[in-house]
Design a protein around this ligand. Structure first.
Ligand code: KIV
Length: 288
């Protein structure tokens, strides 16, 4: 029997992520929620693409991630997966889709994999998710965990603040990470935690840490694409480095086009279609 070859020889699957950690090679991850951005991100050489529930903030303007539905993540995953050849595609399980029972969680994760095309799923929580992570891994579902600031707990936490600042809290985060590794997660997002804590976790666990606002010591760095490109609104957290100002570029381009239309400079002849001389003459005759 001949086995199908993977999509691309250098396509990123779990072994590549493990190997990078062993070699001390840094990987990068960005979010994407649609075909064009996923294609650009993948072609730029990013290793992992996260269809994050940050879609709620960035695309839908909900203000937080709570309202995001499984269907919204699934349909974004379909588009991202179609655009992606090399990067690993990871999809977030949104709030409420892994909270009721293990059975329903497995069903929802499988929906993202079978219908969306996700190659791994991500969920938030520490020790409280250990049984769930084990169950998902038992069903051959690759799992990324997410600790530190967990945005789906925004109402409980009362805002987006750095987590694990006291020694007690830091110890709890380290224990969470160890438990999630034991449960079978292959990576853990560390969001908004002190860099010292992220460094300890990265040393203590064999699985990869994916840092956002967690310092340079993590194995993988992740950012929300729209933050990196300057396509978000309002004050940004200190860890966001804006590499472009697409909001400005888009505004100026739209204003220039608007002015061109209003001043009769768009579209010009080469940007429209004409009749042949023969058709023109025939039409004139018909209209007589
Ligand atoms: O939803 C998301 O984009 C995330 C990243 C910030 C890690 O969870």
């Amino acid at each position: 029997m001949a086995y199908l070859q993977p999509d691309k020889p250098d396509k990123i699957y779990l072994p590549a992520i493990r190997a990078a950690k062993e070699k001390g090679e840094k990987l990068v991850c960005l979010t994407a929620y649609d075909y064009p951005t996923a294609r650009i991100v993948d072609e730029a050489g990013v290793d992992l693409i996260l269809v994050g529930d940050s879609i709620g903030n960035v695309i839908y303007g909900y203000g937080n991630t709570i309202p995001v539905s499984l269907e919204e993540i699934e349909s974004a995953t379909v588009a991202v997966k179609r655009a992606t050849e090399r990067a690993m595609v990871i999809s977030d399980l949104p709030y409420g889709t892994y909270h009721l029972s293990q059975k329903e969680t497995v069903k929802n994760a499988l929906q993202l994999m079978k219908h969306g095309g996700a190659e791994a799923i991500k969920l938030e929580g520490g020790k409280n998710r250990v049984k769930l992570v084990k169950r998902l891994v038992d069903e051959e579902i690759p799992v990324v965990a997410h600790i530190g600031l967990t945005p789906q707990s925004v109402y409980k936490l009362g805002g987006y603040r750095v987590q694990g600042r006291t020694a007690e809290q830091a110890k709890r985060l380290i224990e969470d990470a160890q438990s999630l590794e034991e449960a079978g997660a292959f990576a853990i997002v560390l969001e908004l935690v002190p860099r010292e804590v992220a460094e300890i976790i990265t040393k203590e666990v064999k699985i990869s840490t994916i840092g956002i606002g967690a310092g340079a010591g993590c194995d993988i760095q992740v950012l929300v694409l729209h933050d990196l490109l300057g396509m978000t609104f309002g004050r940004q957290p200190r860890f966001v480095r804006k590499y472009a100002d697409l909001r400005q570029i888009m505004t100026e381009s739209i204003q220039t086009w608007t002015n061109d239309v209003k001043n009769g400079n768009y579209p010009n002849e080469s940007e429209s279609y004409g009749l042949t001389d023969e058709a023109k003459a025939e039409l004139e005759n018909l209209l007589k």
